[in-house]
Ligand binder design. Structure first.
Ligand SMILES: [Zn+2]
Length: 233
């Protein structure tokens, strides 16, 4: 093992490099084949072909994009938080993370990330969790699970059923793990213009709820739009 004193300055710098440091993309928005604004509280359900790259852009900052990925021709295969966390040996999703399915197949890879922190443990908001976390009267408030259910009901030809609603990723959401092993919902670390970019490793369906939650700081108590951009390469 090399001692620190014999390590070159460059290597020493690499050893203490921030693992959440931003990694920008070389892709230009003008060359995207698709650009879609998803309003706050709205949803997105579209195909993403193997080899295509998708950027989710936090237009105004501090927004959470609650996302599930499905195998396009068999949506019973979907994103798995547990397989992803186990295989990468880390709780956080960031540049270089490979997102895996419930069959442990690689679905996508995060190829650029200027935010540096994305949660996959906190789950999505639902009317039921609103009552448990906040107040009984919060049950009627719009939640991510409602948006997902609306999306799959409007696109029955895609073959996603209620039972396929599974683990999700909260892009841009900050859910740090405490020293005691607890989860906390903290103020976001995203900002206007921050983005995450993923390259598909199989043909996919992408289901996003642009979170309408007003009761916790995941979107700054002020849900705002996101933009989805897609490149063929
Ligand atoms: Zn939500």
């Amino acid at each position: 093992m090399t001692s620190l004193s014999s390590t070159s300055p460059d290597t020493a710098t690499a050893e203490i490099k921030d693992p959440f440091a931003p990694v920008a993309s070389p892709r230009e928005p003008d060359s995207a084949v698709e650009r879609i604004i998803v309003d706050s509280g709205d949803y997105y359900l579209e195909r993403l072909s193997a080899g295509q790259t998708m950027r989710i852009l936090d237009l105004e900052g501090n927004q959470a994009a609650d996302t599930i990925f499905y195998k396009a021709d068999d949506p019973s295969e979907h994103y798995s938080a547990s397989n992803t966390v186990r295989e990468q040996g880390n709780l956080y999703l960031k540049h270089g993370s490979v997102l895996r399915s419930n069959h442990n197949n690689p679905m996508l890879e995060i190829v650029a990330d200027t935010c540096g922190r994305h949660d996959t443990l906190g789950g999505a908001c639902a009317t039921e969790s609103n009552t448990v976390r906040y107040d009984l009267e919060k049950r009627c408030m719009h939640a991510c699970r409602d948006s997902w259910m609306l999306a799959i009901a409007e696109r029955p030809e895609l073959g996603i059923h209620k039972r396929d609603i599974a683990h999700n990723i909260n892009f841009f959401m900050n859910v740090p793990i405490t020293e005691a092993g607890g989860l906390t919902f903290e103020d976001g670390i995203s900002a206007p213009g921050k983005y995450v970019e993923l390259t598909a490793k199989m043909d996919l369906l992408v289901l996003i709820s642009n979170c309408p939650q007003l009761n916790n700081p995941c979107n700054g108590y002020n849900p705002t739009p996101i933009e989805v951009l897609i490149w063929d390469q």
